[in-house]
Write a protein that binds this ligand. Structure first.
Ligand SMILES: NC(=O)c1ccc[n+]([C@@H]2O[C@H](COP(=O)([O-])OP(=O)(O)OC[C@H]3O[C@@H](n4cnc5c(N)ncnc54)[C@H](OP(=O)(O)O)[C@@H]3O)[C@@H](O)[C@H]2O)c1
Length: 282
């Protein structure tokens, strides 16, 4: 039996990981910046990557750690600093296996503004000498539920990547893959996707089928796309990040369904149609 620690345990992915660990034979510790937010049967600990001096203690006695990437995107470079602190603490605490949630194709040349954080973290993990498994999670299917409600209201879905494809994965499947990776022997870099790569046109067709509405795709330029997001009140860094993702989608950097979920967990991932239809009907 090993001791597994999950960082970021109060986040959406973290919660699903804890749920998937419920029948684990391992000792599980749920770690969060604020453990009082955690409603879990597992032991809890405080772990804040912005407080590196506390992390060695937080990781004490832990054999395997899931480092869930943070959401600190407003300040360029901060997330890499946070993740590097977590890797250094894992090393100091004698952790034997790191599992990290990365991004598909994070190497230099990726168009997404935050890709360097993931690439840098992968490099830091490799340099640490700790055995590891990298899970390059594609876009969650659930992300679409942030843009689809507005599109369903207006009948228009704006995109600057109308022809591009994304191999969306259900957050729950990403959680199951993480738990499997934590339970298996370390090793490997997996691109964690759903079973199909969809265009926005195909996504919108699913939403139309689920709701009986008639949303249509409106192709725009990156400038128009970013301008629209900023005019709608999104902070500049979020608008720029989402626009950079459109460029990545056009470049095929989020395309390509892989079999990692099935390989790691033994069960096929959910389709975007299953997840979106259930959510939009609910
Ligand atoms: N593939 C995708 O489509 C996609 C979409 C969104 C995000 N992501 C990435 O995947 C991660 C998990 O997704 P999610 O949906 O669960 O996001 P979320 O619900 O927004 O969770 C944010 C996560 O960041 C952690 N965090 C923030 N600051 C931290 C710090 N200083 N030290 C340690 N942990 C910190 C939080 O942990 P606590 O609050 O428990 O400390 C929490 O787990 C995100 O943080 C982001 O890096 C991927």
């Amino acid at each position: 039996m090993s001791t597994i620690l999950v960082t970021g345990a109060s986040g959406q992915l973290g919660q699903l990981v804890l749920k998937a660990l419920e029948n684990s034979p391992h000792a599980v510790i749920a770690a969060s910046r604020d453990p009082s937010k955690l409603n879990t049967k597992f032991a809890t600990r405080a772990a804040d990557f912005d407080k590196p001096e506390t992390l060695t203690e937080a990781f004490k006695g832990v054999d395997r750690v899931l480092i869930i990437s943070t959401d600190a995107l407003a300040m360029p470079g901060l997330r890499l600093k946070q993740h590097t602190a977590a890797v250094e603490a894992a090393k100091a605490a004698g952790v034997q296996h790191i599992v990290y949630t990365s991004l598909p194709n994070p190497e230099p040349g990726n168009k997404i503004t935050f890709a360097p954080d993931h690439y840098g973290t992968e490099q830091a993990i490799k340099a640490s000498g700790i055995a590891h498994t990298i899970l390059r999670n594609n876009w969650y299917i659930e992300n679409l539920l942030m843009s689809l409600p507005h599109a369903l209201e207006t009948g228009q879905f704006y995109t600057s990547a109308p022809e591009g494809r994304v191999a969306y994965v259900a957050r729950e499947d990403a959680a199951r893959a993480a738990v499997a990776a934590l339970s298996d022997a370390p090793g490997g870099t997996y691109t964690v996707t759903g079973p199909d790569a969809l265009t926005y046109g195909e996504v919108v067709a699913i939403a139309n089928d689920a709701t009986g509405k008639a949303v249509r795709i409106v192709p725009v330029t990156d400038e128009q796309y970013a301008g629209g997001l900023k005019a709608a009140g999104l902070p500049d860094f979020v608008a720029d990040m989402l626009t950079s993702a459109e460029a990545a989608i056009r470049a095929g950097q989020l395309d390509g369904a892989a079999d990692a979920v099935k390989t790691l967990t033994g069960r096929a991932p959910k389709t975007p149609r299953e997840v979106l239809t259930a959510a939009l009907k609910a």
